[in-house]
Every structure is written in C-alpha cells, then in structure tokens.
Design a binder for this molecule. Structure first.
Ligand code: ADP
Length: 311
C-alpha cells in the first residue's frame, strides 16, 4: 500500500496507444452505421481509473497522435474524461490508428485494424520522449505498448523504467496483454515480458495471456512463476472466476460475484486494472483493491464497447 499525498505529481500515467474505434451500430449483422469512439488497453485503464477517482485523482495519458480529425477528436475526448492531455505529442506525418468492430448474428465480434504506421508507433523513437515522462506515483504500460515499438525504442523504454524503479519512488505497473500478431515472434515477446515482470512493481497478468505465452502446466505453476518477483501489488485476472493475489489465501479473498449478464468482454482486464489502481492510490487494502477492480470490470462487460457510459 502507498500513502496518499497532495502534490502536483500525477497519480497515474498510462503509456501506450489509443485508436479510433469504429463500431457498427447494429447488435447483429453489418449495417454500415458506424459510431466513432476511442479505445486502447492503456487508455481504457486511464479512463476507468479517473472515473473511479474523480477529483481526488490526477491521471495522465502519454501517447502520440496525428493532426487528422480523429486525432484532434481523441484529445477532446481525453479532456472530457478529466485525463491530463499535456503528455500527448503530435506527429506531423502519421495518423492515429483505427480499428473497426463488427458483431455477427451469433454475437461473434470481428476486429480489423489500421495501425501499422500509426503515430503511436513513433512514441519513443527519440530520446527526448523518455526524458519527457512526467513524475507520477505509478507509470503503467502493457505488452501492447512495447509490441508496437521498434526494438531500439523498446530497449530505451525498458532501460529507463528499470532505472526509474531503482532510483525514484515511482512504481512501474505492467499488464502483458499478449497479442501474438503484434510481435515479431513468440520468443521475442517472451524475452520482453520476462524482463518486464522483473522490472515491474505492480503486476496485472491475465490467465489466458500467460498460458498462451508461457504454457504453464496449471494455475499453481503460473503463480509460482510470479511468486519469485518482488511485488508491491499483484493480481492474476481469471475471467468470471475473479482475481487471485499472491499474498491473500483463499479464505482471505473477498467473494467475487459473477456479472448479472455478459454482453461484451472488451476491456474487462483494462477496467479491472483501472478500478484496482483507483483503490490502491486511495490507500485501500489489497482485498478492497481486488474487489474494486472486479466490480468495475463486471459492470463494464454488461455494456457494448471498451469505454462504456456511466461507469
Ligand atoms: P482480460 O480481459 O485481460 O482477458 P479477464 O477476462 O480475466 O481479463 O477479466 C478481467 C477481470 O474482469 C476478471 O478478473 C474479473 O474480475 C472480471 N470479469 C471478467 N469476466 C467476468 C464475469 N463474467 N463476471 C464478473 N466479472 C468478470
């Protein structure tokens, strides 16, 4: 647990890529009636953390966008969410990434991405970007943040974060969010994740991503792999079964009720992280942090889209 402070420092700085989300308005079948929103794993977490913390929390988003209308609209949306947009840089050449999501008549969602040359991929192309990370109590990034960078930029970020955790009181938080298609190879992804789990002070793995990348024989083996690191906070996300921690035993864990209905599990893990961060930054104990994360996620999945209304 960390204590509450009232400095100018950000509470949470989320680092990564947000994209314009084109969502077909129909619940089933393609109508071409697309609505525009914005989403991206680290951005989703920033939104849900800020919504939970309200005026008591300072949340910033660190990314790079273009000068196109969707990029401009994204920054407007960031401000509307109460997230500090001061750390969003603008690229004169590249554009914000886009993805579309369409639900077929059986409820299956399919995604298409236009993100290969998005501005966010240039986020750490130069040393200045690393130097411009503002002070914060927590820096949060994901495997997606790292996957979209070229190897030199990735190295720059990881070296810097390793230094930050050693020499400052800023905590580094990480969620692997393993997406095979974004990585050069599984071996590279594993190497990077291995190093990031070592660097991170706060770990938010999810069981499906971990089994896919590491092939642990079972949940116990997976948790043993994580138990060798030194955590300030940790949660293994396990879908409807709710999270587990490394320090609370079964009977110390709260009850995690299943969601009353599940409409769209997009951003379940991201919103969990946001709820957990909010409780953690407000000085709550571990059981409460786990429950807040679970409660936020279980409400988010009852509505369509990554960023839902009223949560
Ligand atoms: P990810 O989206 O990263 O794969 P999970 O699917 O494990 O993550 O979901 C993250 C968290 O969301 C879970 O730990 C749990 O707290 C909550 N959650 C997911 N599915 C449900 C559900 N059906 N009912 C209630 N909570 C859920």
């Amino acid at each position: 647990m960390i204590s509450k402070t009232s400095s100018d420092k950000l509470d949470l700085l989320c680092i990564g890529e947000a994209m314009a989300e084109l969502r077909d308005g129909a619940a089933a079948g393609l109508t071409g009636d697309f609505k525009v929103g914005f989403a991206g794993d680290t951005y989703n977490t920033a939104v849900y953390c800020k919504r939970q913390m309200g005026d008591s929390g300072k949340v910033g988003y660190f990314t790079r966008v273009g000068q196109d209308p969707l990029s401009v609209e994204f920054v407007v949306r960031v401000k509307e969410e109460g997230i500090d947009p001061s750390y969003i840089t603008t690229d004169k050449q590249q554009l914000i990434g886009i993805y579309s999501v369409v639900t077929d008549k059986d409820g299956e969602r399919s995604f298409s991405y236009w993100r290969h040359s998005s501005a966010a991929r240039q986020l750490f192309s130069h040393d200045e970007a690393i130097r411009s990370l503002p002070p914060a109590r927590i820096y949060y990034l994901s495997g997606i943040t790292l996957a979209i960078l070229d190897p030199a930029a990735r190295r720059r970020v990881m070296d810097h974060l390793a230094e930050v955790t050693k020499t400052t009181d800023t905590l580094v938080a990480f969620d692997s969010n393993y997406r095979p298609k974004l990585w050069e190879s599984k071996a590279v992804a594993k190497e990077v994740m291995d190093e990031m789990w070592e660097i991170a002070d706060i770990g938010f793995p999810s069981i499906d991503d971990e089994l896919l990348l590491y092939g642990d024989t079972n949940e116990e083996a997976l948790l043993d792999r994580f138990a060798k690191f030194n955590w300030k906070a940790f949660a293994l996300k396990r879908g409807a079964r709710g999270p587990v921690s490394l320090s609370l035993s079964g009977d110390e864990l709260p009850v995690f009720p299943p969601a009353p209905k599940v409409l769209d599990t997009t951003a379940a893990g991201d919103s969990f992280n946001g709820g957990y961060f909010a409780a953690y930054l407000q000085g709550e104990d571990e059981a409460t942090c786990l429950l807040r994360g679970h409660e936020v996620a279980s409400r988010v999945i009852t509505q369509p889209g990554a960023i839902v209304s009223g949560e």
